[in-house]
Design a protein around this ligand. Structure first.
Ligand code: ZN
Length: 449
């Protein structure tokens, strides 16, 4: 079923590619010296934990990440408390702390008398790397980054995280004009919607075989809880598969100097399946059958995330720098900073030590990145494109990851600010008819009360 949709999708995307290429040709384009021309792939994996990556790399279970670590520089990427994904991914994208970018969480609390509403991109009060690079004439393609709905007009394309979230939580939008309109606003250029939707994988498209790769047993126990968890696996996996397929085809059909993909699934897997991996930290007893079946799920998903990285690396050319980063690490029990409960649920499972891996021309081989922060990603990215770092940014360029020759040829430069003083378009989020579903999902994950 899935593969039969591909040829049409590829054809349609080719048409979209031409449209996007024409759009990009219309933008004022910076002349790039061929000696410095490079591409960057930035892959964000929510919740990827440094300790687990390091151990699984040692065990030979993450070959693609291992290759990037070997060829490049890597280390812990320190998060900023309270480790809330929308704030952190916005800090990663702006190089600025939460107080400056004004994205405070998944929701905007508009007071006790009204329902909280999901945060939207027009509330961000700092410019993101995709805007700065677009303004400088670089082409950018962004797929799935958090808090990018409505999609922003960039010199390339943007697919909001809301697309895969709506598919996961609300379902197939076919025939539902309200949902389609909402999705259209999550895509720039919006004409890509139909073609991208042709690539979607719904959780109902996944078979027991697709799910079984995550399980420790041949069969799913005949328990209601087991059926719910099987459904979780299909939903979370389908979310990332959809993002991956969209990014894959956009990278192929609309090559941009910067290509970005954010993957949400791992964080969802960690929240839902940690208790089967570390049952001793969970307050309720869990049946041995459930432990046997679902205990391996999280680490199996680490392997899947690694293979997804491998798939994207197939688009890499000799000029490409690859950056892998995460917003925070993950832990299920007390003893890590930031815990105040008996056992961890919701965002209290997030911990400080995320991941940064850089690899490609100009990046040191076998390098160790020390004391890196989520705030350093945008300054480093700008520097890779020979753009100045804003003095009002809170991060630094990760120069220890770069070869001396590269730094000599491309010294870090500075500018007062990349801001234009316009701030966010408005403090009020755009209201959304699916808010209830979004709220329900956030509740079920323990992100809100
Ligand atoms: Zn999380």
């Amino acid at each position: 079923m899935i593969s039969r949709r591909f040829p049409i999708a590829v054809l349609m995307l080719t048409i979209v590619a031409v449209v996007v290429a024409l759009t990009m040709a219309g933008c004022e384009r910076r002349t790039i010296d061929s000696k410095i021309a490079r591409r960057v792939f930035l892959i964000g994996i929510d919740g990827l934990d440094w300790d687990r990556v390091a151990r699984m790399v040692d065990e030979g279970r993450l070959p693609n990440l291992a290759g990037l670590i070997d060829e490049g520089s890597s280390g812990v990427l320190h998060s900023v408390y309270p480790y809330l994904s929308p704030c952190i991914w916005t800090s990663i994208a702006t190089g600025k702390i939460e107080e400056k970018h004004a994205i405070h969480g998944f929701l905007v609390d508009r007071g006790l008398t009204s329902n909280p509403t999901p945060t939207s991109s027009d509330m961000r009060e700092a410019r993101a790397f995709w805007q700065i690079l677009s303004d400088e004439g670089y082409s950018v393609g962004v797929t799935g980054w958090l808090v990018t709905w409505p999609a922003e007009i960039v010199n390339g394309y943007m697919v909001s995280s809301r697309i895969s979230t709506l598919l996961r939580d609300v379902g197939d939008p076919t025939g539902n004009d309200a949902q389609l309109e909402k999705m259209r606003r999550g895509i720039h250029p919006e004409g890509m919607l139909d073609d991208l939707l042709a690539l979607k994988i719904m959780h109902t498209d996944l078979t027991d075989d697709d799910v079984s790769r995550f399980l420790g047993t041949d069969a799913i126990p005949d328990l209601e809880e087991a059926r719910l968890r099987r459904d979780d696996i299909a939903r979370f996996y389908a979310t990332d598969l959809t993002s991956l397929r969209m990014a894959d085809h956009l990278m192929e059909s609309v090559p941009t100097e910067l290509a970005v993909l954010y993957l949400r699934g791992l964080d969802l897997f960690c929240h839902a399946f940690w208790k089967y991996m570390e049952p001793d930290v969970w307050p309720d007893s869990i049946s041995p059958q459930m432990l046997d079946t679902f205990g391996p799920v999280i680490e199996q998903y680490y392997e899947v995330a690694d293979s997804m990285v491998g798939e994207l690396l197939e688009h890499r050319g000799p000029e490409t720098v690859v950056i892998i980063c995460s917003d925070h690490g993950f832990a299920g029990h007390q003893g890590y900073p930031g815990f105040d409960g008996e056992f961890a649920v919701g965002i209290s499972m997030h911990r400080e030590d995320g991941v940064i891996i850089m690899s490609g021309p100009g990046v040191r081989r076998n390098g160790r990145i020390e004391d890196a922060s989520i705030l350093d990603v945008t300054p480093t990215l700008l520097s890779l494109f020979d753009l100045p770092v804003g003095r009002d940014m809170d991060g630094r360029v990760l120069t220890e990851a770069m070869e001396a020759d590269f730094l000599d040829a491309h010294p870090v430069t500075w500018v007062e600010s990349h801001e234009r003083g316009e701030g966010g378009d408005g403090k009020e989020p755009i209201s959304s008819t699916v808010d209830e579903e979004v709220l329900e999902r956030l509740r079920s994950l323990g992100y809100i009360e």
